[in-house]
Design a protein around this ligand. Structure first.
Ligand code: DGL
Length: 284
């Protein structure tokens, strides 16, 4: 493994671009290969076994085809289902996962009530349930499995769905936040909301407008990027520079699904020209 090799990042789709934004800012000298598994999304509503198989196939592909030096699993659902097995199959590869930031949220809340939005797969996972139990007593957690929300956010970038998708995102955000309870600063109200799926970061502004400016939204991009830096440093794998001149010079994006959707997302959230995106096939 050498410091010149790229860092692999993957998600079921475009949600992981929210983590990639933080990685690009934290690690300006690094090259990245991003894989959006749109052809097999949404992960949150698939079985654990399926998500594990996809995660292993993607990791194997990124190691073999792109010679990655580290892997960021930019997906809460895949981390919950597959991180152990990924570590088992790639014992020498620095691996960084993401999980809902309920621990930091428990420290931030002043009312003692924290809302958590995540996919059904994450909420049902043993890993998440263990994390929740370990924090019992530190805050009261209201958890909502948000079926369909990641997909609706994904569809806001797809030409065929662009007309209806934003209204569907709004409908789901209203319905799931209502299900969580009352938001605000008064005793008994939820003052902190954990975005436990990397897709939800792209609905952050709308959520903030819906819940009011005083509710704190907690996501994981920046801490995951810092953890990636620490692991690379510890392994002597940090790229020393010089920093590449353009974003296109240090980033390649691939999708197993709709190319136009990834191109639109990369343009909207990374300001990357469409040529930076390609289609690929990763069989199980
Ligand atoms: N972005 C993913 C996560 O963080 C999953 C979305 C999905 O495919 O259901 O959980």
């Amino acid at each position: 493994m050498s410091a010149q090799q790229p860092i692999g990042v993957f998600d079921s789709g475009i949600g992981g671009l929210s983590v990639l934004q933080a990685l690009l800012a934290e690690l300006p000298h690094e090259h990245f290969v991003y894989l959006a598994d749109n052809g097999h999304a949404p992960y949150g509503e698939k079985t654990d076994l399926f998500v594990r198989q996809r995660s292993l196939a993607i990791a194997h592909h990124l190691v073999r085809e792109h010679r990655i030096k580290a892997l960021v699993v930019a997906c809460n659902t895949a981390t919950a289902a597959a991180i152990q097995e990924l570590r088992h199959h790639h014992p020498h590869l620095p691996l960084i996962g993401v999980e809902p930031a309920i621990k930091p949220a428990a420290q931030l809340t002043r009312t003692g009530r924290v809302g958590v939005m995540a996919t059904r797969g994450t909420v049902a996972s043993e890993k998440f349930q263990r994390l929740l139990s370990s924090l019992q007593g530190s805050a009261e957690f209201e958890v909502c499995a948000c079926n369909g929300l990641a997909l609706a956010i994904e569809q806001t970038t797809l030409p065929a769905h662009q007309d209806r998708a934003p209204a569907e995102v709004t409908r789901l955000l209203r319905s799931y936040t209502r299900a969580l309870g009352d938001f605000g600063q008064a005793p008994g109200q939820i003052d902190t909301l954990v975005l436990g799926c990397t897709h939800y970061v792209f609905a952050q502004e709308e959520l903030q407008a819906l819940l009011g400016p005083d509710v704190q939204l907690v996501s994981t991009g920046a801490p995951v990027a810092r953890q990636t830096r620490r692991l690379l440093e510890a392994g002597g794998l940090l790229h020393a520079g010089p920093a590449p001149q353009t974003l296109a010079g240090r980033l390649q994006l691939f999708t197993t699904g709709d190319l136009a959707g990834l191109q639109a997302a990369a343009q909207r959230w990374l300001h990357l020209p469409p040529q930076g995106c390609q289609r690929t096939v990763i069989p199980l």
